[in-house]
Design a protein around this ligand. Structure first.
Ligand SMILES: C[S@@+](CC[C@H](N)C(=O)[O-])C[C@H]1O[C@@H](n2cnc3c(N)ncnc32)[C@H](O)[C@@H]1O
Length: 285
């Protein structure tokens, strides 16, 4: 397979709901870029994601790690892994625009020689090279596969090496339903619980599976993974961001209270029971 002029291998074959969702939206999901905004949810959450990933891999030989970043977007976690010193990251996303951003950014930051970029759906990894992957990140991606959620987990199991680590993030049904109740109304909340489905936002009508934690864990077990650790991202950051976007909070009031907010964020990094996103670490056995 040949790279295009932007250093991207194009092998897009995806009809998954997440691919359609990102195509229908006005803007791509550029969470690395957005995290540069100190009033953005992605900025507030990134610290917790980074600490969790770091904790999971520091027992490994970091400089030797060959990694797969599935649903990499514009490379928030790819850059983090590179900065930690991993050997290589293979980046996969179905959104060309996000990958273009990653490609340009990696040149600017001089890590393009450490990454390979594939424009592909993660539900079919057959076009992705068969390196001996030690670590796979699937952050904010697998529920986007809709009815292929579990197949996606099986694909990863086959792709990565024995004993490799998979870190995934999964939505918490109760928090999503609470968000629906507060911001979208009773019907959406009931759909979350009774139809086990969620909307990501109001820009499209595309819905994604929303499962209870035990059901999610069972999918990984059925696919062959062994569960080894669990972390979390609090719901607070998202509520704060929505309040800002809805003009119920101003940037000035956030700015004025930034020191206190940072203290709160630190506390919530260590201890939260209102969890928006579970972080799971699994081992390929
Ligand atoms: C919420 S963003 C997460 C990006 C990145 N992991 C991060 O957290 O910064 C989800 C990403 O998944 C990608 N995506 C959605 N469905 C996909 C699919 N079927 N195959 C590959 N990528 C997909 C989107 O294009 C988007 O970049």
């Amino acid at each position: 397979m040949k790279k295009d002029n932007n250093n991207i291998y194009v092998c897009l074959n995806s009809n998954a709901p997440g691919t359609k969702f990102h195509k229908e939206r006005k803007k791509p999901s550029l969470l690395r870029k957005l995290s540069e905004d100190k009033y953005h949810q992605s900025n507030w959450e990134s610290f917790d994601y980074f600490s969790y990933i770091k904790k999971q891999i520091e027992k490994l030989n970091v400089n030797e790690l060959i990694c797969l970043d599935l649903g990499c977007g514009d490379g928030r976690f790819t850059e983090f892994l590179i900065n930690l010193g991993v050997k290589k990251v293979v980046c996969v996303d179905s959104d060309y625009e996000a990958l273009y951003e990653l490609s340009q950014y990696s040149k600017l930051k001089k890590f393009s020689d450490k990454i390979e970029i594939y424009n592909s759906g993660v539900e079919d990894l057959s076009n992705i090279p068969n390196y001996n992957y030690d670590l796979c990140l699937a952050i904010g991606i697998l529920y986007y596969l809709g009815e292929n959620y579990e197949n996606g987990i099986c694909e990863i199991y086959k792709k990565i090496k024995n004993n490799a680590i998979l870190i995934s993030s999964e939505p918490n049904i109760e928090a999503i339903a609470l968000r629906s109740l507060v911001f979208d109304g009773l019907e959406e909340m009931l759909m979350n619980f009774l139809e086990n489905s969620m909307k990501e936002d109001n820009e499209t009508n595309i819905r994604f599976p929303l499962l209870y934690k035990n059901e999610i864990k069972k999918m990984y077990l059925r696919s062959g993974f062994v569960f080894i650790d669990e972390g979390f991202i609090t719901l607070f950051h998202q509520f704060l961001r929505i309040q800002l976007v809805k003009n119920n909070l101003s940037k000035e009031s956030l700015e004025k209270n930034m020191n206190s907010l940072n203290d709160v964020f630190k506390k919530l990094s260590n201890d939260s029971n209102i969890i928006k996103t579970y972080l799971f670490t699994h081992k390929q056995i």
